[in-house]
Design a protein around this ligand. Structure first.
Ligand SMILES: [Zn+2]
Length: 484
C-alpha cells in the first residue's frame, strides 16, 4: 500500500469510528435544531385537536378508537411510513353512563358519587339499603360478618384497607369483592380523599375484569358525613348506576418507526399512553405525553436524515387499567427486545421539567451523566433520579432489564388535575410542555447516535433486586407480570 492509499484507507476507516464516538458537545448543532423545531412547532395545536376535538379517551371507548386513527394519520402526515395499529385484548370493555346517589335517612340530601371504573350497573331504579362499614377485608373477618352484610351497601374504609401497602391489600380486596357478592351485598361505596367532594376517576381493582357488584366513589365530605351519622344510628342511601359493558375487547396501540440510517435493527423507543380517564379530556394524563411522541416524530423527520439507530414511537392503550398496552408490546415483541437500547416514557404531566428518572439503576445514572451535563442541563433537564415506580409505561420494559427512563417534571400542580374533570387543555403551560418534549427529543437522538448503547440490559435477578428495594415484587407477582 503506498502512502496515499494508506492515508485514504485510514481516513475511510476513521470517519465512521470518529462519527460514532461523537461527544455531547459535537451533537449540539443537531440537537439545537431538534429543540428549536419542538419550540417552534405545533405541539399546543396538536394537543388542542386531541383534547378538544376528540376528548377523553377511556380504553376501548369510541373516542379512544378515534384517537388511535387520528394519531396514525398524524404520524403519516409527518412523513413517517412504518405506522401500525397493534392489537391486544382486554378482559372487558366499559363505558361510563350515569350515576346518582342520595342519603335518604337520617338526612335527605344528594351525595356526590361516580361509578368505579369497570363497575356494572345496578338494577333499574337503583339499590337502596342501610350502610355497613368494612375496614378489614381479611377472608375470615368477612366470613364471620356474612349474615350482617346480606342486603346491605358496603362502605369500604379504603384508608385502613390500604394502610398495609397496595401490594398486600390488593389480593385481599379482590377476594373481598367476591365475598361481598356471595354474601348478597347490593353495592359497594368507597370514599375519595380530596376536599370539596372532588372525585378522582379510578377503577375498583387492577385490570379490566368487571367488578362483581356495582361500586361508586363518594366525595370526601359526603363520606365523612355518612361516617358521623353512623355513630348515632343507621344510614340509608340509594345508589343508581348505569354503565355499558362488553366482553373481551380488542384495543390498539399505535406504533411507528423511523428506521435508523446505520444500525436499523437497534432501537430506542419513545412512548406515552394515549388512553385517559374520562372525567376530563386527558390533557396532562396523558395528552401532553402522547402529543410529545407525535411531535418528536415530526421534529426528527424534519432533520432530514434519520439517526443511526431506529427510533420507535409508541402510543399505548390500557395504561390506566394497569399498563396493559405497553406490557402487551413487551410480550408480542419479545424476540426483538434484546436490540432495544432504551425506552423513554412521558406521563407525569407537563410541569416544569427536571430530567430523568432512571428507575433504580445507578449504572444508568452514571452513563447518562455526560449527556445530562452536556446536552440536557441547558434544556432544564439535567436531573437524574434513581426512584423506582411501576406506575406508568416504562414499567414493563424495566421488568425486561431494558434501560427504562421516565421523564421527571415538577408535579406540584399535577395532583390538582390528575384523573379529575379539571384535566383539560387550559391547565397546560405551553412553555413547560415544550421544554419537556425537547428533553425527550434530544435524549432520544443522543442515545440513537452514541457509539455504544447507553447501558447494558440487566438480568432477571438484578431486576428483582430493584423491585425488592422499591417494594414492588409482591404486587407485580400478584398481577401476573413478574415471577421471582
Ligand atoms: Zn398517565
Amino acid at each position: 500500500m503506498n502512502l496515499r492509499r494508506a492515508v485514504a484507507f485510514l481516513v475511510w476507516w476513521a470517519i465512521p469510528v470518529l462519527a460514532w464516538s461523537q461527544q455531547p458537545s459535537e451533537m449540539k448543532p443537531v440537537t439545537n435544531r431538534l429543540a428549536a423545531s419542538i419550540y417552534n412547532g405545533p405541539s399546543m395545536a396538536t394537543l388542542g385537536e386531541l383534547t378538544d376535538s376528540i376528548g377523553g379517551r377511556l380504553t376501548a371507548s369510541p373516542t379512544y378508537v378515534r384517537s388511535t386513527e387520528w394519531a396514525a394519520a398524524k404520524f403519516r402526515s409527518y412523513g413517517i411510513e412504518n405506522v401500525k395499529l397493534e392489537p391486544f385484548t382486554i378482559a372487558a370493555g366499559w363505558q361510563r353512563g350515569t350515576c346518582s346517589g342520595a342519603m335518604l335517612s337520617p338526612l335527605s340530601r344528594p351525595l356526590n358519587v361516580a361509578s368505579l371504573g369497570w363497575g356494572p350497573s345496578t338494577p333499574a331504579g337503583g339499590v337502596q339499603s342501610t350502610i355497613v362499614i368494612v375496614s378489614d377485608v381479611s377472608p375470615d373477618v368477612l366470613k364471620s360478618r356474612e349474615a350482617e352484610l346480606r342486603g346491605r351497601i358496603v362502605f369500604l374504609e379504603t384508608s385502613k384497607i390500604f394502610a398495609e401497602g397496595y401490594g398486600k391489600a390488593l389480593p385481599k380486596l379482590e377476594s373481598a369483592w367476591l365475598a361481598f357478592q356471595k354474601a348478597g351485598v347490593l353495592a359497594v361505596i368507597a370514599p375519595d380523599r380530596e376536599k370539596n367532594n372532588v372525585l378522582n376517576a379510578h377503577g375498583g381493582l387492577w385490570g379490566t375484569k368487571l367488578l362483581p357488584l356495582p361500586g361508586a366513589e363518594v366525595g370526601m365530605e359526603d363520606a365523612k358525613l355518612i361516617q358521623r351519622e353512623l355513630e348515632h344510628g343507621p344510614v340509608t342511601i340509594r345508589l343508581t348506576v348505569e354503565n355499558k359493558t362488553s366482553g373481551e375487547t380488542t384495543v390498539n396501540n399505535v406504533v411507528a418507526e423511523i428506521r435508523g440510517s446505520e444500525r436499523p435493527d437497534e432501537w430506542i423507543l419513545i412512548g406515552a399512553h394515549l388512553d385517559s380517564w374520562d372525567f376530563g379530556t386527558g390533557a396532562q394524563d396523558n395528552g401532553t405525553g402522547a402529543v410529545s411522541v407525535l411531535e418528536i416524530g415530526r421534529a426528527l423527520m424534519a432533520l432530514g436524515k434519520a439517526p443511526r439507530r431506529s427510533i420507535r414511537l409508541a402510543l399505548w392503550g390500557g395504561e390506566e387499567q394497569g399498563l396493559l398496552g405497553s406490557y402487551a408490546y413487551t410480550q408480542t415483541h419479545k424476540s426483538q427486545l434484546d436490540k432495544c437500547v432504551a425506552v423513554l416514557n412521558t406521563d407525569n404531566g407537563a410541569g416544569h421539567p427536571k430530567g430523568w428518572k432512571v428507575e433504580g439503576r445507578e449504572d444508568l445514572k452514571k452513563a447518562m451523566q455526560p449527556w445530562s451535563d452536556g446536552l440536557l442541563k441547558d434544556l432544564n433537564g439535567g436531573d437524574l433520579s434513581t426512584d423506582t415506580t411501576y406506575d406508568t409505561d416504562h414499567g414493563p420494559f424495566l421488568l425486561q432489564g431494558i434501560p427504562a427512563l421516565d421523564l421527571s417534571v415538577d408535579m406540584t400542580k399535577y395532583m390538582e388535575i390528575h384523573h379529575k374533570s379539571s384535566d383539560t387543555f387550559d391547565k397546560v403551560d405551553g412553555l413547560d410542555f415544550k421544554a419537556g418534549e425537547a428533553i425527550v427529543a434530544v435524549t432520544a437522538y443522543a442515545l440513537a447516535q452514541s457509539e455504544t448503547p447507553i447501558a447494558p440490559h440487566i438480568d432477571h435477578a438484578a431486576v428483582g433486586e430493584i423491585l425488592k428495594k422499591a417494594k414492588l415484587e409482591e404486587l407485580l407477582e400478584h398481577v401476573g407480570v413478574w415471577k421471582p
